[in-house]
Design a protein around this ligand. Structure first.
Ligand SMILES: [Zn+2]
Length: 71
């Protein structure tokens, strides 16, 4: 498997999915576990990576909403 690729079973649709660790973005992370949001088809997942970039936890997102800014 290519370096930096993670795989997991999607907790929503049970498909096996692969995703690339955003190493550049993680360089600035000061606190671990770091949360990564993954979009899979029409649903979202959150993965937590520890400081060794190992998968610490995974959860399905119950809902996704865009926040509005009051003007
Ligand atoms: Zn899925």
């Amino acid at each position: 498997m290519a370096e930096g690729l993670k795989w997991m079973q999607c907790p929503v649709c049970k498909e096996t999915l692969y995703w690339k660790i955003p190493k550049e973005a993680l360089k600035d992370v000061k606190r671990f576990p770091a949360a990564i949001v993954i979009r899979h088809h029409d649903h979202y997942l959150i993965c937590y990576l520890d400081s060794h970039l190992q998968l610490a936890d995974t959860e399905a997102v119950a809902a996704f909403v865009e926040a509005d800014v009051k003007t």
